[in-house]
Design a protein around this ligand. Structure first.
Ligand code: TXA
Ligand code: MG
Length: 349
């Protein structure tokens, strides 16, 4: 299959091109598209064959459910059994935007899309190209992140191309994404809404609307003895080829520790990558040193993290050290993804 790539920036929505993309979805094909979080790999959410194709293109286990993307709030009615009042409130506050909510599914939603579950994840993205595309596709687009399973989610169309070339009909290239980490997932089917995956919409932001929100205990640690409630969170996603360790401590200690390890590992023939920040990166003696951004604005780090992990794979580093980040605000999502990438290997100095 030849993958067609079309360019479209959010200021210049090309309805004719999007109509073509919409036709591909309606005919059961797959189209990757930009959202504000990461690129999505879209198929018709109400067509079981499309969902099967998504799993095949990603190489993803089929017990890992997909998120249905909608463009209008009223479209929610068709795919869920009921809309809890608290979900209405969250939608008012955060939709369209980087928030996914879990509902009880209606009979319209095939089990192929929900990985066999009675619940369904729904999100209304705010990216103008995503919204126009979803409408052109008939209103219900199932879309996981557009990476091959086990690779970091794509933040640029070229990464979608790397992973999906020849496997899907079309890629809509909308340039770089704004946020860089996947949406916050909140389960609305339980009495007290529960965060299953941290993202740009933080616990503090949700609490302003909901009074009280709980968190899946498996989000930040492995020793809760529980299985994550979002099936996808149990997989070791985002694992770079190099062996990644996070080093936590005060700045001077961390730099000193990492540089000592680097000399030792280089002598043994390793190629070492470092993830630092603007303020520290020049002080590392690794083979490939990359700044994730500025600690004064964690959003810069969220946006660059997946790009950096992909670049390390291309540069064939065998070992990677990363600085640790604080878990306030979007920092929680950053550390959640970084800990997964590291298989929870973290050294506290
Ligand atoms: O930002 C995002 O959410 C991106 C963009 C493309 O919208 N999508 C995304 O999809 O990250 P994906 O498939 O890579 O991650 C979906 C996560 C998985 O961990 C999955 O297990 C969980 O959502 N999920 C989906 N449906 C669920 C359900 N019914 N109950 C619990 N977790 C669910
Ligand atoms: Mg994903």
């Amino acid at each position: 299959m030849e993958t067609q790539i079309i360019r479209m920036d959010e200021q210049h929505i090309d309805r004719e091109q999007l109509a073509k993309a919409g036709e591909i979805i309606k005919a059961g094909g797959l189209v990757a598209f930009p959202t504000e979080t990461v690129y999505g790999l879209g198929g018709d959410a109400l067509n079981p064959e499309s969902s099967k194709k998504i799993y095949a293109a990603k190489g993803r286990p089929s017990d890992n459910p997909l998120i249905i993307h909608i463009a209008k709030f009223q479209d929610l009615n068709l795919i869920v059994k009921e809309i809890p009042d608290l979900a209405r409130k969250l939608a008012e506050a955060f939709w369209p935007g980087p928030l996914t909510m879990i509902f009880k599914k209606s009979d319209m939603v095939p089990y192929e899309t929900t990985g066999g579950l009675e619940t369904v994840a729904v999100r209304m993205p705010v990216h103008p190209v995503a919204m126009a595309f979803i409408e052109a596709a008939g209103g219900y687009v199932a879309a996981p992140s557009a990476n091959r399973s086990g690779r970091p989610s794509p933040t640029l169309a070229k990464y979608v191309e790397e992973d999906m070339q020849g496997r899907i009909e079309m890629i809509i290239d909308g340039g770089g994404v704004k946020i860089g980490l996947e949406s916050t997932i909140v389960d609305m089917t339980v009495e007290k809404p529960m965060i299953l995956r941290p993202g740009f919409i933080t616990k503090e932001m949700l609490e302003k609307v909901l009074q009280s929100v709980s968190e899946d205990q498996t989000m930040m640690s492995t020793d809760s003895g529980q299985v994550p409630k979002a099936p996808g969170m149990k997989y070791r996603h985002y694992a770079p080829k190099g062996d990644l360790t996070i080093v936590d401590g005060n700045e001077e200690q961390v730099i000193e520790y990492i540089n000592r390890e680097v000399s030792f590992l280089q002598e043994k023939g390793h190629k070492v990558g470092i993830i630092g920040t603007e303020a520290t990166i020049a002080r590392y003696c690794g083979d490939v040193c990359k700044s994730a951004g500025n600690r004064k604005d964690d959003n810069t780090i969220a946006k660059e993290l997946y790009r950096i992990l992909r670049e390390f794979d291309d540069e064939d580093v065998t070992v990677i050290f990363s600085e640790s980040f604080n878990t306030v605000g979007i920092g929680q999502a950053i550390m959640n993804r970084l800990l997964k990438a590291a298989g929870h290997k973290i050294i506290h100095l």
